[in-house]
Structures are given as structure tokens and as C-alpha cells.
Design a protein around this ligand. Structure first.
Ligand code: MG
Length: 334
């Protein structure tokens, strides 16, 4: 028998975006084969996480997916959903109710800023580095900051079994991106959540805070987004200019509804500058990085493949993004 550590991970009740919370349960077992149905539910004090009143505060943690935790010995991450004492999903539980479309392929481009004392890593104390230009996909001291941490995060994500498909330094110094790809809506969102959890936890070792604010530095500095690439079976196999146009037109009709679910303070980022469309305008176009939805040039050539929704902010909740995308996709006749 071994003592295996299970990290029960959930999102708290803070608004507009919740924070990660987690705690460890040690369970004696021979080994763990990934079957979460063998693991117990657990409880926590919701009055300490803005999820309950003090007099009736026990909430349930139901494990929904497990991952190897490469950063600890004999350990696993357990992504959990939060439930009320009466068995209903807690209002902070946005994962509940997302239909798991198995033929949906999702690629999230998660941008974030490594922050120290409230300033991006690499920014001089009390001042600013040279203007944007040299930092995107850069190499060399002074042009990038935090690579050691970024590489360590990539390795641990891969070891955990997450579908990370790449990393790059972003347009602002101290700003980075990684891409999460998965087949199936729930797997994509779950992988993204664990990758974010790992960013925050690994940041502890370096004294780094992970800033997911969509516009961390005001002025002529790029904000952080989470472009969401998506396709279903019909888009990949049948396709056609007519189908792709119909999808974009369906998204035009639900623009405002989507914006409500795409992260707080996104208006500071979607200004029409810095490779964005402005918040109150919807547009689409082939290879257009100033559009709300970009039809990638590869899709534009064959009219088969994915579309890129460029509107979600870096702090957006992936479950809410996918709920909106799937709802709008239901309005399209494939
Ligand atoms: Mg990017």
C-alpha cells in the first residue's frame, strides 16, 4: 500500500472571476489507475471562499477528472465541481451543464503576464522598458523575461498529460502564451483549467504572480486574450464557403451575449488597436487579425477547418466560452 496524495481543486465564489482553491487528501491504496469513481467526495467550508453563509457552510467537492501531478511524489490533481448540500450544482460551478461535444476540437491560446510586485517581469523599477516591437517570439536577455519558469511549466503540463501544443513569448515584455488543444469540449476546458492552476502553483517557487487581467498595463501595450479556435466534424470534413459564412453570421447575431461571457475588463483590451476588433463591433474575415472572428488562411483556402474567435479575454472562463459557442452553433444548419 502507498500513501497517494490527491489535490482536490475547485473555483471559489469571488466575482467577476473566481480563484483556484485546493487541498490535499492522502488516501492509502495500492495504486491509482485514473478511475475517479473510486475516489471519495470531499467537503469544504464555503463561508471561507464566498460560496456559503457561515451557519450552513459545508459544500461538496465532486472529482470530475484526474491528472498526474508531476511536481509531487505519488500525487494527482483532481479537478472538482462544487455542489450544494441538497445536491444541486453551486452557482459558481460553471462546468456543470456544458454539453460535451466529442467532435468539437478546441484550441485555446492562453496569454498571461508574469508579474512581480504588481509589475510585469522585466519592467525596470518605476519605469518602462523600450516600446513594443522586439519582444514577440524574442530570444536574448532583455528581450524576454521568465523563460526558465515558462519552460518548467511546459514540461510539467506535458508530464501531467495536458494537450499543450506550443509556447511563445508575447508582444509585451513579461507576457507569454501557451496553446492547449483537445478533442472534446470538456477535455479542452478541463486541461486549460489545470494548466492555469499549475501556472499559479509553480509561480510560488519563483515569487511570480500570474496576471490574467486582459489589460494589465494601460497605454500602448498589448493586452492579454484567449483566442479560441474551434471546429466540429462538419466544418472539418464537409466545409464550404457558405457553411463558414453562415457560422460567422450566426455569431454576428449573438455578439453581445458572447461578450458578457468572455471575461471582465475585456473592454479595455478590445479597442480596435493591438490586433483586436473593438468590443461593440462584430466582424469576420479571412486572415484578419483585426476581426472578431478570423477565418484562418488555411480554412479560407479549402473552406474546411476551424475558425478563431478572437474575442475571449485571458481571464475568461472556458466553460462559459464553450457554452456560448455551442449555443450559437446550434443556430447553424450543418
Ligand atoms: Mg497570442
Amino acid at each position: 500500500m502507498a500513501n497517494i496524495k490527491f489535490e482536490y481543486i475547485w473555483i471559489d465564489g469571488y466575482k467577476p472571476e473566481g480563484n483556484f482553491r485546493s487541498k490535499t487528501k492522502v488516501i492509502e491504496m495500492n495504486s491509482f489507475d485514473g478511475d475517479i469513481s473510486k475516489l471519495p467526495e470531499w467537503a469544504f467550508d464555503g463561508s471561507s471562499t464566498k460560496q456559503a453563509e457561515g451557519n450552513y457552510s459545508d459544500l461538496s467537492l465532486i472529482p470530475v477528472r484526474s491528472y498526474l501531478d508531476p511536481g509531487r511524489r505519488n500525487a494527482f490533481f483532481l479537478l472538482c465541481e462544487v455542489y450544494n448540500p441538497d445536491g444541486t450544482p453551486h452557482e459558481s460551478n460553471t462546468r456543470h451543464g456544458l454539453e460535451d461535444w466529442k467532435d468539437m476540437w478546441i484550441g485555446f491560446e492562453q496569454e498571461y503576464v508574469i508579474s512581480v510586485d504588481g509589475r510585469p517581469l522585466g519592467f525596470p523599477k518605476g519605469g518602462f522598458p523600450a516600446p513594443q516591437g522586439p519582444y514577440y517570439c524574442a530570444v536574448g536577455a532583455g528581450k524576454v523575461a521568465g523563460r526558465e519558469f515558462v519552460e518548467a511549466h511546459l514540461d510539467e503540463c506535458l508530464d501531467a498529460g495536458l494537450g499543450i501544443s506550443g509556447i511563445n513569448a508575447e508582444v509585451m515584455l513579461g507576457q507569454w502564451e501557451y496553446q492547449v488543444f483537445a478533442k472534446g469540449s470538456l477535455k479542452a476546458c478541463d486541461d486549460l483549467m489545470i494548466s492555469r492552476y499549475m501556472l499559479h502553483r509553480m509561480g510560488e517557487n519563483y515569487g511570480y504572480t500570474i496576471d490574467l487581467h486582459p489589460k494589465p498595463i494601460k497605454g500602448d501595450w498589448n493586452g492579454s486574450g484567449m483566442h479560441t479556435n474551434f471546429s466540429n466534424k462538419e466544418m472539418r470534413e464537409k466545409g464550404g464557403e457558405k457553411m463558414m459564412t453562415e457560422i460567422c453570421e450566426a455569431f454576428a447575431k449573438t455578439h453581445e451575449e458572447h461578450m458578457e461571457a468572455y471575461g471582465s475588463n475585456n473592454d479595455q483590451r478590445l479597442t480596435g488597436l493591438h490586433e483586436t476588433q473593438s468590443m461593440d463591433t462584430f466582424s469576420y474575415g479571412v486572415s484578419d487579425r483585426g476581426a472578431s472572428i478570423r477565418i484562418p488562411s488555411s480554412t479560407g483556402k479549402t473552406w474546411k477547418g476551424h475558425l478563431e474567435d478572437r474575442r475571449p479575454a485571458s481571464n475568461a472562463d472556458p466553460y462559459l466560452i464553450l457554452k456560448k459557442i455551442q449555443k450559437t452553433m446550434k443556430n447553424v444548419k450543418f
